[in-house]
Design a protein around this ligand. Structure first.
Ligand code: C2O
Ligand code: CU
Length: 480
């Protein structure tokens, strides 16, 4: 039954794209596309260059993280993905607005890629910014094992900087032999804060003061941060510098300083920073994760100044604001209201819900089904076919989405295929009205976001704590 509905939706989405949308969202893929081979496989890496131990991981092109992909806006790409893993997979381009069939979600937008199989992803890069790629099949296991990488789309006119660096921050759960603890998908993690590793990684190497980000005095640095951890959140602070935030999830925002209590980076999120390095040659400053109090702060790395003389004595004065991507502006005046209610979790309010489309009680779904969360009273297995979408939207509809968190947990909620404006938190207007594709909902908090549903297809909407997604906090939104 669901597959028929899906095929119908895909057919109508294709029709919608060719008939109803005045200006096509996607130009046809150009002949000048770049072809990139990406192979998922198992291999081993040295997580600590100061140590001989190797750790078995899964990753892309035998690198952890996978190779950073860099493009210019408007480029066309062809990712030829090959699966050398012992299980099915697919690759999702987190944040990028791609045609639905290229979104990389098994059983929703494509068939899973079987072991030994391959899939061609071809699309045009409409949006500049900081993005990432990762599998969307058993992601609570595959991402945790090391399948993730950065995808950067440069602006036509990027702000002037001397250095553009990417930090993919993640974690890994290691045993004393420095091998991964293979306890993926435990109900204790699913129903709580997710499976959190015991070793933080920066660009695939153990975090710590020895992780150096080298700069030269006077330089302007653009630092792109990506949280690729499956459950851990980071609260970053940079010693001795006035860093400015210029983008959330790749989308330009009014440049502003880091919050005094640290920059919160939840799973799936990206933040672009501008740092004017006005320290002196030879100095070093720490980049710390303040963590969740009362936990002590951890040093993730060091901003290390080389001994060379300063490139300039005063910081650059040129603007660091990013030109916006072309995103349709939602009009709250004509938007239709939609609600998504979140319940469940350990100690959560028991609710009657549907499990994979069938009525059930939350106590039973935790014990017997390995599910712990509901969205609009529905819980679905990640690997199950989506039964009914959470929302049905018309192409071009202006949407006001009210997300109501009735749980005692944090949830970074991610929507595919669109960006949304974050308009209010607990009914209070947000000062920045920023565009995002992943927004954090604190316990018992309500978040209002708005967007124009202009990308036809069936799109995932889920928590980016990947154990929560596996535990029921995953559904779809259909734009037809
Ligand atoms: Cu980063 Cu649905 O994913
Ligand atoms: Cu969650």
């Amino acid at each position: 039954m669901p597959i028929d509905r899906r095929q119908f939706l895909q057919a109508s989405a294709a029709l919608g794209a060719s008939l109803a949308v005045p200006a096509p969202l996607f130009a046809s893929v150009k002949a000048t596309e770049r072809r990139i081979e990406l192979t998922s496989s198992a291999f081993s890496v040295a997580l600590d260059p100061a140590d001989t131990a190797r750790t078995a991981v899964w990753g892309f092109n035998e690198q952890l993280p996978g190779p950073t992909q860099r493009f210019r806006r408007g480029d066309s790409v062809h990712f030829a993905v090959r699966n050398d893993l012992p299980q099915d997979t697919a690759v999702h381009w987190h944040g990028l607005r791609v045609p639905n069939a290229m979104d990389g979600v098994p059983r929703v937008t494509q068939h899973p890629i079987p072991p030994g199989g391959s899939f061609d992803y071809r699309f045009e890069l409409r949006d500049s910014g900081t993005y990432w790629y990762h599998p969307h099949q058993a992601s609570f296991e595959q991402v945790s094992r090391g399948l993730y990488g950065a995808l950067i789309v440069e602006e036509e006119k990027p702000p002037q900087v001397d250095r553009d660096e990417v930090w993919v921050i993640s974690d890994i759960k290691l045993n004393v032999q420095r091998q991964q603890v293979e306890d993926f998908g435990r109900i204790l993690d699913i129903a709580n804060d997710g499976r959190i590793g015991n070793q933080i990684l920066v660009n695939g190497l153990v975090a710590g003061p020895q992780r150096k980000l080298e700069v030269r005095a006077g330089e302007r640095l653009r630092l792109r941060l990506i949280n690729a951890a499956s459950a851990r959140f980071f609260r970053l602070a940079i010693e001795g510098h006035q860093a400015r935030i210029i983008a959330f999830d790749g989308q330009g925002v009014t440049p502003h300083p880091l919050p005094a209590d640290g920059l919160a980076l939840w799973p799936g999120m990206r933040v672009d920073l501008i740092i004017d390095c006005m320290g002196a040659a030879g100095q070093s400053f720490s980049l710390r994760d303040l963590g969740r109090p009362p936990a002590a702060a951890t040093v993730l790395g060091t901003l290390a100044y080389s001994s060379q003389p300063a490139v300039r004595s005063k910081p650059l004065t040129s603007s660091v604001a990013l030109a916006p991507n072309r995103i349709a502006e939602p009009d709250p005046g004509k938007a239709s209201d939609h609600y998504i209610i979140f319940q469940g979790g350990m100690r959560g309010t028991p609710v009657i819900g549907l499990v994979d489309g069938k009525p059930s009680r939350i106590q039973e779904i935790i014990a017997k089904q390995g599910l712990a969360w509901t969205m609009n009273y529905n819980a679905q297995h990640e690997a199950a076919l989506m039964h009914e979408p959470l929302l049905q939207l018309r192409t071009g509809e202006h949407v006001m989405l009210h997300m109501v968190n009735e749980t005692d947990f944090f949830h970074p909620m991610h929507l595919h295929g669109h960006f949304f404006r974050v308009l209010a938190i607990d009914g209070k207007e947000t000062p920045l009205r920023e565009w995002r594709d992943t927004v954090i909902m604190a316990p018992r908090q309500s978040i209002d976001v708005a967007f124009v549903a202009d990308n036809p297809g069936e799109w995932m909407y889920h928590c980016h704590i990947l154990d929560h997604a596996a535990g029921g906090m995953m559904g779809t939104i259909v734009v037809e």
